[in-house]
Design a protein around this ligand. Structure first.
Ligand SMILES: NC(=O)c1ccc[n+]([C@@H]2O[C@H](COP(=O)([O-])OP(=O)(O)OC[C@H]3O[C@@H](n4cnc5c(N)ncnc54)[C@H](O)[C@@H]3O)[C@@H](O)[C@H]2O)c1
Length: 332
């Protein structure tokens, strides 16, 4: 091995990172785990689910990247073992939507799944960054926070709701209107992750000229883009492949942040922005660092159109957050 090759190898090894995916055998979990297997920042990948993970892990383990993949099931303390020493935990476990359902309709099933997984993370990997994909994200993130608080290990800088799918959809949808390269389009999406709580800030994109019916249609498509997939899948679930890409991007950003890179992107976190109005969590651009959230950015200058969207979003968000908090209080 040449000196340069050795240097490169040792620097990769130095930035060793253990990642766990909880719900790894599901529609999102499998392609997400594949993308994480391909991420050179990952050195160890723990795949946990109620079923199927030994097979998924064996399959992925044949891919010649440097990470070691292991599958875990609930027996023999599998969840605890999957979480030992991990720095990033991604949670796509839970049921997805069927046509006609809102994300909030998933609450009854997913709330207890997320609560129980959060308990295990709080006990075994309390310092890990936790990226919550399971819906309704507006409520599941407060559930994780409440569980961590009850265990005395809550660090608001380390718990994230993954809203990246709204961000990548926005890049795609705006590029279709403007006939541009979607990889060059960046749209900041703030608020939460469901329907009217999803607020794209088109006035801050490269196309502030989009207005009138075009702006209405674009905004609606970003807010309800998930429904297009749910409808097309016709009962077989919701977005899995685009969500895997979004989840892998966000987990990748957390890994870069752990290495000391300052990354800024939207995510749903414990946020100071609207706390005075009783809204404890909000998605906005966040700068990530080795300790997690380094800075929560304000929304910047909004158009009157966006100000109205924010007002609508805040009403739903407040209820969604309270629902998560109340759930943990009533079902500890
Ligand atoms: N944040 C987002 O943007 C976004 C986008 C799409 C879907 N989602 C959500 O992600 C979740 C998963 O969607 P999916 O399509 O992968 O569903 P899926 O049903 O295909 O997979 C879910 C997996 O979770 C597993 N699971 C259930 N309970 C578990 C537990 N207690 N411990 C470990 N694993 C458990 C199941 O066995 C299954 O393999 C849903 O809640 C969905 O609404 C979020």
């Amino acid at each position: 091995m040449s000196f340069i090759a050795r240097r490169a190898f040792s620097s990769t090894a130095y930035n060793a990172h253990k990642v766990a995916v909880l719900g790894a055998a599901g529609g999102i979990g499998q392609p997400l785990s594949l993308l994480l297997k391909l991420n050179k920042d990952v050195t160890s990948l723990s795949l946990y689910d109620l079923r199927g993970t030994p097979g998924v892990a064996a399959d992925l383990s044949h891919i010649p990247t440097n990470s070691v993949v292991k599958g875990f099931l609930p027996d023999n303390e599998g969840l605890k073992k999957a979480l030992e020493g991990v720095e990033v935990v991604v949670i796509p476990a839970g049921v997805p939507r069927k046509p006609g359902m809102t994300r909030d309709d998933l609450f009854n099933t997913n709330a207890s799944i997320v609560r129980d997984l959060a308990k295990a993370v709080a006990e075994t990997a309390p310092k890990a960054f936790v990226a919550v994909i399971a819906n309704p994200v507006n409520s599941t993130v407060p559930i994780v926070a409440e569980v961590f608080k009850s265990k005395g290990v809550y660090d608001p800088k380390r718990i994230f709701g993954v809203t990246t799918l709204d961000v990548i959809r926005s890049s795609r949808f705006i590029s279709e209107i403007k006939d541009t390269d979607p990889t060059t389009e960046t749209v900041t999406v703030v608020g939460g992750h469901s329907g009217h709580t999803i607020v794209p800030l088109i006035s801050q994109s490269s196309h502030p000229d989009i207005s009138g019916e075009t702006l209405d249609a674009l905004t609606h498509r970003i807010q309800f883009g998930g429904d297009e997939v749910v409808k097309a899948k016709d009962g077989a679930g919701s977005a899995t492949l685009s969500m895997a890409e979004a989840g892998a991007r966000f987990a990748g950003s957390l890994l870069k942040a752990l290495k000391g890179e300052a990354i800024t992107e939207p995510t749903y976190v414990d946020s100071p922005l609207y706390k005075s109005e009783g809204i404890e969590f909000f998605s906005s651009k966040v700068t990530l660092g080795p300790e997690g959230v380094k800075e929560v950015h304000g929304l910047g200058k909004l158009s009157p159109y966006e100000e109205k969207l924010i007002e609508v979003a805040k009403v739903d968000l407040k209820k969604n957050i309270q629902k998560g908090v109340d759930f943990v209080a009533a079902n500890p």
